[in-house]
Design a protein around this ligand. Structure first.
Ligand code: COA
Length: 155
């Protein structure tokens, strides 16, 4: 790592996110190409609920005050989930995605212990995310992901 790169990395810190980070988090997710359902699943009340139910499981990296990477965790008492991982394009390939995911993973193990599995859903064409999770020790399980939305919602 060059001196300049080292100096810049040392200004980056990771902390748990709260609903006060909502706007910045959504902007980062959107910038990173994640589909953001602002009116429904990613609406402020929905995210507040997720963070409340899953306290201590979502983290972001900040360069000074600016959010540059994020990963969210949730837990259903049997399985831990990691999702909405996003790293600002200018900050990629510096290990930040790995760091925020590792923080979420650690928090999930601390919550669920050895009785759970930790999982992440990665779209099949997303080679960078897949590689990152593989490097973190995740294995690919060939399953078909199926879902159903409430009848009144078309998407
Ligand atoms: C996927 C993403 C989160 C990776 O974040 P990142 O901070 O760049 O990842 P890291 O620096 O921790 O990379 C860890 C490893 O993953 C692999 N990797 C990451 N990006 C890669 C890329 N573009 N091409 C190939 N391998 C890649 C590498 O093996 C890398 O290790 P290396 O840099 O030592 O070779 C980031 O590219 C991103 O935000 N993408 C858009 C949103 C997205 O797809 N989110 C995931 C949804 S599941």
């Amino acid at each position: 790592m060059t001196g300049e790169r080292k100096r810049r990395s040392s200004l980056i810190h990771i902390r748990e996110i709260t609903i006060a980070d909502y706007k910045e988090m959504l902007a980062l997710q959107e910038l990173c190409g994640l589909h953001v359902e602002k009116l429904i699943r990613e609406s402020r009340p929905a995210v507040a609920r997720q963070l409340r139910f899953n306290r201590g499981l979502s983290f972001a990296a900040f360069d000074r005050a600016r959010m540059v990477a994020v990963a969210r965790g949730s837990f259903d008492a049997r399985r831990g989930y990691i999702d909405r991982v996003a790293v600002h394009p200018d900050y990629r390939r510096r290990g930040l995605g790995t760091k925020v995911v590792a923080r979420v993973e650690k928090a999930l193990w601390a919550t669920g212990g050895r009785y759970i599995v930790v999982s992440a859903i990665v779209e099949t064409g997303n080679a960078s995310s897949r590689k990152m999770f593989e490097k973190l020790g995740f294995e690919t399980v060939p399953v078909l992901y199926m879902r159903k939305r409430p009848p009144q919602r078309s998407r």
